[in-house]
Design a protein around this ligand. Structure first.
Ligand SMILES: [Zn+2]
Length: 269
């Protein structure tokens, strides 16, 4: 018999394996991304019934199978079901995209406690009230940061200067992973995009806020939200190579505002 392990686990992706079983990808703090076969989970008397779904936190007991990367679940118990995701449709939209993003960012056999804590706190927040665009963008920034792709916003990527003069002309370079100061912005920069001082300030304040409870107090304008969204999209396109459709649907549905579809609003390319 293979050794067993126990992990708190968040389901990220659930797909059928046969008429009676599922394969589930999980985010765990101790093992990063983990994939298990839930054998017989669709049978009428299965002990797995009702114990896992998107938005849940579960306690997962599984047999480790190192050779093929597909572990075998032995027991699963829902610890938090977060029923708010079945009430607030905007939160359900966000959850679908957040689960997809976490599935891309989680790495197999890596400790990722920060990503796990972030997912739990953001899901707690979104299940207690309808999600909004601020939460979606705040979560993206912190999720990519927890996975090692934190955008550099405290000093210039080209010269290292931390004298950024936010009242001057700033650029953001997805390739270099951060901000280009006003002095360096005088020289031609390949892939950079202009960044207003106001949006720069919003992004820095979002990165400083560790709790999703606090982000709502910022109140960025629709224009700043559009600019921040376009910047995050370009950054993730370059570093994560994600298909754009999931993000586009989430941002469009959560981002209702006076400007319906300005340029750079994360359209699929
Ligand atoms: Zn510089």
């Amino acid at each position: 018999m293979n050794p067993t392990d126990v992990q708190p686990a968040i389901p990220l992706r659930i797909r059928p394996y046969s008429r009676t079983s599922h394969i589930v990808a999980w985010l765990t703090p101790g093992n990063g991304r983990l994939v298990t076969l839930m054998k017989g989970s669709c049978r009428a008397r299965s002990s797995f019934l009702g114990q896992y779904d998107l938005g849940y936190t579960c306690e997962l007991v599984y047999y480790r199978r190192e050779r093929f990367g597909l572990h075998l679940a032995r027991e699963c118990a829902a610890v938090k079901a977060r029923p708010g995701f079945r009430c607030f449709w905007k939160s359900a939209v966000w959850l679908s995209y957040a689960s997809f993003l976490l599935d891309r960012l989680a790495v197999e056999s890596h400790c990722q406690p920060e990503l796990f804590r972030l997912a739990e706190s953001a899901m707690d927040h979104a299940s207690a009230r309808p999600a909004n665009i601020n939460l979606a963008l705040w979560f993206e920034l912190h999720a990519i940061s927890a996975a090692g792709f934190r955008p550099r916003l405290d000093s210039c990527c080209a010269c290292g200067s931390d004298s950024l003069q936010p009242d001057g002309r700033l650029l953001f370079s997805p390739r270099n992973g951060g901000i280009i100061c006003a002095e360096c912005a005088r020289r031609p920069q390949d892939d950079s995009m202009p960044l207003s001082a106001a949006t720069f300030s919003v992004l820095r304040s979002w990165l400083r806020l560790d709790s999703p409870q606090e982000h709502a107090a910022d109140g960025p304008s629709p224009r700043q939200i559009y600019e921040a969204s376009a910047l995050i999209k370009r950054f993730m396109d370059y570093h994560l190579d994600m298909p754009p459709e999931n993000r586009y649907a989430c941002i469009q549905l959560l981002g209702s505002g006076p400007i319906s579809s300005p340029p750079g609003w994360g359209e699929p390319s």
